[in-house]
Ligand binder design. Structure first.
Ligand SMILES: Cc1ncc(COP(=O)(O)O)c(C=O)c1O
Length: 408
């Protein structure tokens, strides 16, 4: 079936892909701002830091050196070498250059992997709450996402039994994102181990590890990646990462992955007919990001941890909201179950997390994202990648909004 929109007949593959809730909320927040309302948006999926100066300088040098041509399809040799060294240095993983691919963001890496491997009727197991884009990417490829719910009391990590129960003859991939968007879930080596045991029993199922938030972990938790934990599964693991979150380079659009050669080759075929190659300038900048000084990462991580504590403490003081303290990324995923069934002083009833987020935006001018956008309700996601002052003001507004709600 296709959609009709102003005479345009869109492809059937778009039928189940809607405008994301996050974009709808951002649009409404922009409208309110345009009307002069003091809106605070806690929805950003990106660090609020600038790109480091040495990285900017490398990009400027690349422009001045006329490094402005198409590069090899899936990355320059220099960047692939820097990525190879990153995996060896930080993850104790050795890859050949032909096992590495570079794309316009981790998002394109994941899209390439799904386009290269998924057929109609295939299934991809994705823990919920999970990044909404995964489901849409799977859907565009004609496959189906199979959700497995993470347990809030377990830091939103999924259980091995639940994984095993979700596997069918059609399962092609398990996708794990750790540290995770939107819940901040971090799979430790111990959390991964039983899941990897399940995968060993199912040789048809591959594992995509989305490690994009690797450098944002809190409370001394040690980041773990499955290719390192289970070397015997390495011939069916794709390890995805990128410079967006660690180096505050979301707009530069560089992501990368390492995995089995045949998959990497197939992904390059997909990329060859979409973007040809990532930007030459961004690739030069990314070489410097990966090879240059890394000491600023610890300070940025500390700054995120302080902001997380501010938000978690403030939310847990609010009657009706319960916020576990996430171990990674820059998001909190709080339950608003205690507010369901309450009403605003004007008589609008909150029946879902979507209602809560809508009313919070319309009446307290704070934009957060409902759990329904990520497949697990009733929760809401806050991105705390914004200034302490703004976070403080937003928490005060959420607190006042909740305090004014009445039962029924
Ligand atoms: C879980 C997750 N994976 C991947 C991405 C994409 O990152 P990139 O900017 O590298 O495309 C994001 C961005 O928000 C994300 O949250």
């Amino acid at each position: 079936m296709t959609q009709q929109d102003g005479g345009l007949q869109t492809a059937g593959r778009l039928d189940h892909i809607g405008v994301s809730k996050i974009l709808q909320i951002s649009a409404r927040a922009r409208e309110l701002k345009g009307e002069g309302r003091p809106v605070i948006v806690l929805g950003a999926g990106e660090p609020d830091f600038p790109t480091p100066d040495n990285v900017k300088a490398a990009a400027i040098a690349a422009i001045e050196a006329d490094d402005s041509h198409y590069t090899p399809l899936d990355g320059t040799p220099e960047l692939k070498q820097a990525i190879r060294q990153k995996f060896a240095r930080e993850n104790d993983l050795e890859f050949g250059i032909d096992q590495i691919t570079v794309a316009c963001g981790a998002k394109q890496v994941i899209f390439n992997a799904f386009m290269a491997t998924l057929d109609e009727g295939d299934e991809v197991i994705i823990p919920t709450p999970g990044w909404a884009s995964y489901e849409d990417m799977v859907g565009i490829c004609g496959a189906r996402m199979v959700p497995v719910a993470g347990r809030p009391e377990n830091g939103f990590v999924i259980d091995a039994e639940d994984l095993e129960a979700a596997i069918t003859p059609n399962t092609r991939w398990l996708l794990i994102n750790s540290p995770g968007n939107p819940s901040g879930a971090v799979y430790t080596r111990e959390d991964y181990a039983p899941l990897l045991e399940v995968l060993k029993k199912h040789p048809r199922v591959w594992l995509l590890a989305d490690d994009i938030y690797e450098h944002i972990v809190h409370d001394g938790v040690e980041f773990a990646t499955p290719a390192r934990i289970a070397p015997e599964l390495r011939d069916r693991i794709l390890t995805v990462n990128g410079v967006s979150k660690a180096y505050a380079m979301t707009g530069w659009r560089i992501g990368y992955a390492a995995g089995p050669k045949a998959l990497i080759r197939a992904m390059a075929v997909v990329q060859s007919q979409s973007t040809s190659c990532p930007s030459s300038i961004s690739q030069a900048a990314s070489v410097e990001a990966l090879n240059g000084p890394q000491d600023f990462l610890a300070a940025r991580q500390q700054s995120f941890a302080e902001r997380r504590d501010l938000v978690v403490d403030a939310l847990n003081r609010i009657d009706g909201i319960d916020c576990p303290s996430p171990k990674g990324a820059f998001y909190t995923y709080a339950s608003c179950a205690g507010l369901i069934g309450r009403s605003t002083p004007g008589g609008e009833r909150i029946d879902s997390d979507t209602d809560f987020c809508r009313l919070l935006l319309e009446q307290a001018y704070v934009a957060v994202v409902p759990g329904s956008a990520f497949g697990l309700s009733p929760f809401f996601r806050i991105s705390y990648a914004t200034s302490i002052d703004e976070l403080g003001e937003a928490m005060a507004r959420i607190s006042r909004f909740a305090a004014e709600l009445v039962e029924g």
